[in-house]
Ligand binder design. Structure first.
Ligand code: G
Ligand code: MN
Length: 382
């Protein structure tokens, strides 16, 4: 793999290059931003590490150049500014269509760089995780379920179904490791069918044992464009004796807003059939208030990056407050994702957020582990 380091401090370039080479990357660096376009012409790089503060130019200009000449490259942003500037830059880079895999704050420690390069070499392996069509056929894909809890009552409101691949050699793989390849190979539809079918069957089994809870599944934009999906889902619900409003489709904010008219069309068809739709990872995309108001969502899920940091970051707390108010004013139920401790739970409950999801209450788990989890949860007093 080829690594390019762009940083005006030569010492830093040398340090990163040395550690990168130890991880098997072929490194080259430049401390002069003017050289960047020419270096990019010389051939593709797998990883680019970019310091946003370069004399004579700024990182924003370099991001534009990279978006023209190095779109597929894994990009790591580096900056001496605070986390907020780095996060804005990260969003800008993503908006340019760049693949930002990390954002590191200066001063850089050797440990940080080591774990960054570890993750790079691992994700390289993930590029080809094997024959996914065969894995689907063999039934190696399965669903894990994570509980969604009502904050004011501690009632289990529902579950979110999350796809996992039980890889024969590599253990349980998360969607990050296989979704892109699955999409490239045109297998997304098949996975979605499997997910919806399995999730509704599980919801039906739960209903039969007296558990009425919603079941959320994650849908990608490409699947959403399938105009036959609403009827297909209605049919599966009917066949399994599950009311359509048990099912909730989660669409990420970024994907939902890519083609607003088309998304609206399909979402409306879902809502007309009583199927719920929720806007996922809210806060990471850029919807205008008008779009948000027009889209027939029933729920809004605040992205975990804001929730997890809310007790320690005033910025995140302000964002969480605004999103809860925004959601409520638009008549949506608001779910906070990424609740990892009691402090965050209490904070979100006190802010009037409706529902919560996160490791503090329950990790995603197999269907078999759900019942013992529910028993345990209900036996606990607050
Ligand atoms: O994009 P979406 O919001 O659907 O992603 C859900 C993912 O978030 C799941 O893969 C799940 O494992 C992960 N997750 C669930 N709860 C928590 C949490 O409390 N903290 C963190 N960091 N991740 C979580
Ligand atoms: Mn989700």
């Amino acid at each position: 793999m080829r690594l390019l380091i762009i940083d005006d401090e030569e010492d830093i370039c040398d340090l990163i290059a040395e550690i990168g080479e130890r991880h098997g990357l072929e490194a080259r660096s430049t401390s002069n931003a003017e050289n960047v376009p020419q270096i990019l012409e010389s051939g593709p790089h797998d990883v680019i590490m970019l310091d946003l503060m370069m004399p004579g130019t700024d990182g924003v200009e370099l991001l534009r150049i990279l978006s023209e000449k190095a779109k597929g490259t894994q990009l790591c942003l580096i900056s001496g500014s605070d986390a907020r500037v780095l996060n804005s830059a990260r969003r800008l880079a993503s908006a340019h269509g760049l693949n930002v895999v990390a954002a590191l704050e200066k001063p850089l420690s050797i440990q940080t760089l080591n774990s960054f390069f570890d993750s790079i070499s691992n994700s390289g392996k993930d590029k080809d995780v094997g024959n996914q069509a065969l894995a689907l056929a063999k039934g190696e894909f399965c669903l894990y379920y994570q509980p969604v809890i009502e904050l004011s009552t501690r009632r289990v409101k529902g579950l979110e179904a999350l796809a996992r691949w039980q890889h024969p050699d590599r253990g349980i793989l998360l969607p990050d490791a296989f979704l892109r390849q699955l999409t490239d190979e045109g297998l997304m539809q098949e996975l979605t069918n499997f997910v919806i079918d399995t999730a509704i069957k599980e919801a039906s089994a739960l209903r039969q044992s007296g558990e009425n809870m919603t079941m959320a599944v994650n849908i990608t934009a490409s699947t959403l464009l399938d105009l036959s999906l609403p009827d297909q889902i209605s049919d599966i619900c009917k066949k399994n004796n599950v009311p359509a409003d048990t099912l909730i489709l989660e669409v990420t904010e970024t994907e939902a807003m890519r083609d607003v008219t088309r998304t609206m069309d399909v979402l409306l068809r879902m809502r007309l059939r009583n199927i719920g739709v929720s806007i996922d990872d809210f806060g990471t995309g850029h919807s205008s208030l008008r779009e948000l108001q027009r889209m027939p969502f029933s729920e809004l899920k605040i992205d975990k990056s804001f929730v997890t940091d809310a007790p320690n970051s005033k910025d995140c707390e302000v964002i969480v407050n605004s999103v809860i108010n925004l959601g409520h004013n638009l008549g949506l139920k608001v779910i906070a994702e990424g609740i990892e401790d009691e402090r965050t739970w209490n904070m979100l409950r006190d802010k009037g957020c409706d529902f919560a999801q996160g490791y503090y209450m329950g990790h995603p788990m197999t269907a078999a582990n759900l019942r013992p989890w529910m028993e345990n949860w209900r036996s606990k007093k607050d």
